[in-house]
Design a protein around this ligand. Structure first.
Ligand code: SAM
Ligand code: SF4
Length: 346
């Protein structure tokens, strides 16, 4: 597929053409990697962040957030829930902190999770940009997948979304993604979709960027505005929610056509735009869902965007709703499986 053909797909709007695109992507997924969805229990272990991304609700300068770091016991209790419910994997996610204390914290957690679950649970990390030495240490301690979104592959747009300083360097972020590959991880990246100033051309280039980076996993979701962030002033430039959802689904489907054997997440942000947004993405080619395992009392403090679902949800209830919806759609769940990227494992 060349750039024009990608743009053509991302510009579809006729219901019949959209349905055909989603069906084609779903068919390619099924014939390449099968029909299964893998669940990863998402644990938001800390909202402490040194960065100031203009879009994110837990950015350093948002004083309205009360900051936390989960104790080892709190993380293990979330792991226990995921494991007992036969989720094959967990994801540890956090704001970005580069310190010996934080590095040790994650290393310790990785060892404990492996020991507690008899190495039955796979572990993905999403803890931002770190040094090669830190990535190496965490890989050795048992993490085998890492998600680090490039956010946008267009440098000019990147600096409309981030301060232009050492902490927010596009080149450093790109180098960190490359470093993850060197350290042996399954590498995941992604972008936000429907950002102010973003065009369909940018999104087509994002998909080509994923292919050129030969990524193993992708996590892309709609951008959602947060009133306590600088980017909120540009909300008049945003697509309406239904069109933003549609654009995100077109991105998922087109990426599946472009990279048939990678893991593609149906992200939580989709669920804000439609209660069954994640299930819709699965039907358009996604194969990973990351249900939130964070203890309810911490959830209101990890609002990267507003109206995040599950704030008052009991994990048990949201879990059974999701599984029921998937079953109703005839989709199998890969219980107790790590669900590694076929692109990586071959
Ligand atoms: N701090 C780490 C990092 O930035 O890579 C990991 C955690 S961060 C909260 C995970 C992702 O949340 C980011 O990569 C970004 O794409 C997404 N995110 C942040 N604010 C968002 C917003 N307002 N709408 C949609 N996604 C957002
Ligand atoms: Fe911090 Fe990640 Fe949010 Fe940026 S996106 S402010 S690095 S948590």
């Amino acid at each position: 597929m060349n750039r024009n053909e990608i743009i053509e797909r991302l510009s579809l709007s006729e219901p019949d053409s959209l349905a055909a695109l989603y069906a084609e992507a779903n068919e390619i997924k099924t014939s390449t990697i099968g029909n299964k969805v893998y669940l990863r229990g998402l644990i938001e272990c800390s909202n402490i962040c040194n960065k100031n991304c203009y879009y994110c609700g837990i950015r350093r300068d948002n004083q309205t957030v009360s900051r936390y770091l989960l104790s080892d016991e709190e993380v293990l209790s979330a792991v226990d829930f995921a494991w007992k419910n036969r989720y094959g994997s967990v994801v540890l996610q956090s704001g970005e902190q580069q310190s010996a204390h934080f590095t040790n914290y994650i290393t310790r957690l990785l060892h404990q999770i492996k020991e507690y679950t008899n190495n039955e649970v796979g572990i993905t990390l999403s803890c931002g940009e770190q040094t090669g030495a830190t990535y190496k240490e965490w890989f050795k301690a048992g993490a085998h997948r890492y998600l680090l979104r490039i956010e946008t592959s267009n440098k000019v747009l990147y600096y409309k979304l981030h301060p232009n300083d050492d902490k927010h360097s596009f080149d450093n972020r790109l180098a960190a993604i490359r470093q993850l590959r060197i350290e042996g991880y399954q590498v995941g990246t992604g972008v936000m979709i429907g950002l102010p100033f973003q065009t369909v051309d940018h999104l087509a280039d994002d998909l080509l960027f994923f292919r050129s980076m030969d990524i193993d996993m992708a996590g892309m979701g709609p951008y959602l505005e947060h009133s306590q962030t600088p980017l909120y002033q540009f909300r008049h430039l945003l697509l309406p929610p239904d069109k933003r959802l549609e654009l995100a689904l077109k991105m998922v489907a087109t990426l599946r056509l472009l990279m048939p054997d990678i893991n593609i997440a149906a992200t939580t942000a989709l669920q804000v735009l439609h209660p069954e947004g994640r299930e819709m993405a699965v039907s358009a080619g996604a194969n990973i869902i990351m249900p939130n395992m964070t203890l309810p009392k911490f959830r209101p403090e990890y609002l990267i965007y507003e109206h995040k679902p599950g704030i008052n949800d009991d994990a048990d209830i949201s879990k059974s709703k999701l599984e029921q919806n998937l079953q109703n759609a005839g989709i199998d769940i890969g219980y107790n499986e790590w669900g590694d990227s076929r692109h990586f494992t071959g």
